[in-house]
Design a protein around this ligand. Structure first.
Ligand SMILES: Cc1cc2nc3c(=O)[nH]c(=O)nc-3n(C[C@H](O)[C@H](O)[C@H](O)COP(=O)(O)OP(=O)(O)OC[C@H]3O[C@@H](n4cnc5c(N)ncnc54)[C@H](O)[C@@H]3O)c2cc1C
Length: 508
C-alpha cells in the first residue's frame, strides 16, 4: 500500500489522506527518551500507542504510509463496505423471493458502490488520524523507520530513543511466482479498492477468506469470476462449513477450480490476459481469457529494511518476527504485535496483542498470547465464524469429543429472513458440557459466535447456555437450540424410565 497509489483523487480519498497522511504534516521534535516507540500505525501500532499515551507514558508512533494500516485503508473497512453492497445486489436480484414481481436489476452502478466505500473509509478515518493521535499525546512521525541502535530508531533524519519498542509493521500480499504474472499485471488488496470499472472477468488466485469474500462480491456485482485454489475452498475452516460456502459461491455463479494452480499468464494484444490453469497433479489444463487477476494467495510479514539483524531481533521472511508467548522478540527491549509476527492475522488479534505488549513491556506483566481465546469470521454470505479448537486439534491432543449441530433451516427467524443456509455446530469434551470449539455458518455468524467466545472465556458449559433466554425470533436462538440438544442427550434410558414412572404416578 502506498498513499501515492490511492486513487481516484476524489474528495473522499483527499479526506482520507488529510486524516491518515496529511501532506503538510511536520514531524515533531523528538522527546529526549520515550517509554515506547512503535513502528507501524496499523491496528497493533495504534492501540499500543494510544494506551501508552492515555496512561501518561511518552510514546512515538512511526508510520511510513497511511495511519490505520491495512484494516482501514485496504482491508476490513473497504472489503466489508463492498460486501454490504454485494448483499444488497443479491437481495435485489432475488427480490421475487420476497414478493416483488417484475423487479429489474439494471441499475447497479459499480462506480457508485466504490464511491460509497471510499466515503465510509474517509468518514471512519478520523479515528486513526494523525491529528487525533497527536491531540491524545502521541508523537506521530510520518516516514519509514528502522533501528539504528539497541535503543534507537531513525525516521526522517530524526533519532527516537526508547526504553522499549514495538514492531507492528504488518504484512503485505505476495503474488505467487507464476511465469508471466508480473509482466501481465495483477491486483492485490492494495489496489483492488481503487477500481472504478467492474472487470468483465476476474480470476482470483486463492480460495481463502479474502479470495472468497471478494470473489462473491464481484460476482454479485455482475462480473464473471473464477477462483483457482490449490486445495479446497477455505482450507483452514471446518470442512462442512467450507463445502457450504463452495456450494453457495457456485450457486452465485462463481467458477471454482479446486486442486488447481495457475501455471502461466500471457498478456494479449487486446489487453486481456490468457491464463493457463492446471490441476495440481498436472493431469489436465485449460486456458482462460480474463480481464483482471486478483492475487489473494498469501501474505508476507513486513520485516525487511528494519535493521533487525543489527538489534539482534530474529525473524523469518515467511513467519515474520520471532516472538515468545509474551510477544517479546529475541531482544528483550523490543516486542512485536500483529500480522508481522502472529499466525492470527486479524484486526481484533492485533488489538488484543497490543494490549498484551503494553502490560508486558511497560508494566513487567506476564500476559501470554496463548491465553487468548480468538474467534474469527469470513464475511462471505453466509458468514463462517469459528472459535476454539477444530476436531483435528482435539484429537491430536488425545481429547475425546462430541458434536452437537443445529441447522439454520430449523430456525424461524432464518426462515423469515430467507437466510436458512448454514448451521451451528459445537464440540464439547466427551461426557461433559465443556465447550472446546464452535463453528457457525449463518448470515450473521460473526455476531453469533460471540456467545460461544463468552462461554469459553468464562468456562460456561453448553448445558448452561440452554438456560439463557434468547428473544424470539432471532437467528441466535439456534445457539439455545443446539445447547438444548446437548441437554437432551443427557436423557439416559434410566432417567427416561424414571420420568415415565413419574408421569404414570401423576395420572393415578
Ligand atoms: C482484504 C482484507 C480484508 C481483511 N478483512 C478483515 C476482517 O474483516 N477482519 C479482521 O479481523 N481482519 C481482516 N483483515 C486483516 C487485518 O487487516 C489485519 O490483520 C490487520 O490490519 C493487522 O494489523 P497490523 O497492525 O498488524 O498491521 P497493518 O494493518 O498491516 O499495519 C502495519 C503498518 O505498518 C506500517 N509500516 C510497515 N513498515 C514500516 C516502517 N518500516 N516504518 C513505519 N511504518 C511501517 C505499514 O505502512 C502499515 O501501516 C483483512 C485483511 C485484508 C488484506
Amino acid at each position: 500500500m502506498s498513499s501515492l497509489n490511492l486513487s481516484p483523487k476524489d474528495i473522499y480519498n483527499e479526506k482520507l489522506l488529510s486524516n491518515v497522511h496529511p501532506k503538510d504534516w511536520v514531524n515533531p521534535e523528538p522527546e529526549p527518551i520515550y517509554n515506547l516507540v512503535v513502528l507501524g500505525a496499523g491496528t497493533a501500532g495504534l492501540i499500543s500507542a494510544i494506551i501508552t499515551a492515555s496512561l501518561g507514558g511518552k510514546v512515538a508512533l512511526v508510520e511510513k504510509d497511511l495511519m490505520g494500516g491495512d484494516c482501514l485503508n485496504v482491508g476490513c473497512v473497504p472489503s466489508k463496505s463492498i460486501i454490504k453492497s454485494a448483499r444488497v445486489a443479491h437481495i435485489i436480484k432475488n427480490a421475487e423471493k420476497y414478493g416483488f414481481e417484475n423487479h429489474t436489476f439494471s441499475s447497479l452502478d459499480f462506480e457508485k458502490i466504490m464511491e460509497r466505500m471510499r466515503k465510509i473509509r474517509a468518514d471512519i478515518s478520523h479515528n486513526d488520524s494523525v491529528k487525533r493521535y497527536s491531540e491524545l499525546g502521541v508523537n506521530v512521525f510520518l516516514g519509514k523507520g528502522h533501528f539504528v541502535g539497541d535503543n534507537s530508531i531513525e525516521v526522517d533524519g530524526k533519532i527516537l530513543k526508547f526504553k522499549k519498542a514495538v514492531i507492528a509493521t504488518g504484512a503485505r500480499a505476495v503474488a505467487p511466482n507464476i511465469p508471466g504474472l508480473k509482466e501481465s499485471g495483477y491486483l492485490t488488496n492494495e489496489n483492488i479498492f481503487n477500481l472504478q470499472k467492474l472487470p468483465g472477468h476476474l480470476l482470483v488466485i486463492g480460495g481463502g477468506p479474502i479470495g472468497c469474500e471478494l470473489a462473491q462480491s464481484f460476482k454479485r456485482f455482475g462480473a464473471k469470476v473464477t477462483i483457482v485454489q490449490h486445495s479446497r475452498i477455505l482450507p483452514r475452516e471446518d470442512i462442512e462449513a467450507a463445502s457450504i460456502i463452495e456450494d453457495v459461491l457456485k450457486n452465485d455463479g462463481v467458477e471454482i477450480l479446486t486442486n488447481s494452480k495457475v501455471a502461466e499468464v500471457k498478456l494479449l494484444e487486446n489487453g486481456k490476459k490468457l491464463v493457463t490453469v492446471q490441476t495440481v497433479d498436472g493431469s489436465s489444463s485449460k486456458n482462460i481469457e480474463i480481464d483482471e487477476i486478483l492475487a489473494a494467495a498469501g501474505r508476507a510479514p513486513n520485516v525487511e529494511g528494519l535493521n533487525l539483524d543489527m538489534v539482534n531481533v530474529d525473524y523469518d521472511l515467511r513467519e515474520g518476527v520471532k516472538v515468545n508467548d509474551y510477544l517479546q522478540t529475541t531482544n528483550k527491549n523490543i516486542y512485536a504485535a500483529g500480522d508481522c509476527c502472529m499466525k492470527w492475522k486479524f484486526t481484533h488479534a492485533a488489538d488484543a496483542a497490543a494490549q498484551i505488549v503494553i502490560q508486558n513491556a511497560l508494566f513487567k506483566g506476564r500476559k501470554r498470547l496463548s491465553s487468548l481465546v480468538m474467534p474469527w469470521c469470513t464475511y462471505t454470505d453466509p458468514e463462517v465464524a469459528h472459535v476454539g479448537m477444530y476436531k483435528e486439534e482435539a484429537v491430536s491432543q488425545g481429547i475425546e469429543v462430541e458434536h452437537f449441530k443445529f441447522d439454520m433451516n430449523e430456525n424461524d427467524r432464518a426462515q423469515a429472513d430467507g437466510e436458512t443456509i448454514g448451521f451451528v455446530k459445537v464440540m464439547v469434551k466427551k461426557g461433559t458440557d465443556k465447550i472446546l470449539g464452535a463453528t457457525i455458518v449463518a448470515a450473521h455468524a460473526g455476531e453469533m459466535i460471540n456467545e460461544f467466545t463468552i462461554a469459553i472465556v468464562n468456562n460456561i458449559g453448553l448445558g448452561k447456555l440452554a438456560n439463557v433466554i434468547h428473544p424470539y425470533p432471532t437467528q441466535s436462538e439456534a445457539i439455545k437450540r443446539v445447547s438444548g440438544l446437548y441437554n437432551k442427550s443427557r436423557l439416559t434410558p434410566r432417567v427416561a424410565k424414571i420420568l415415565k414412572w413419574w408421569f404414570k404416578f401423576q395420572r393415578r
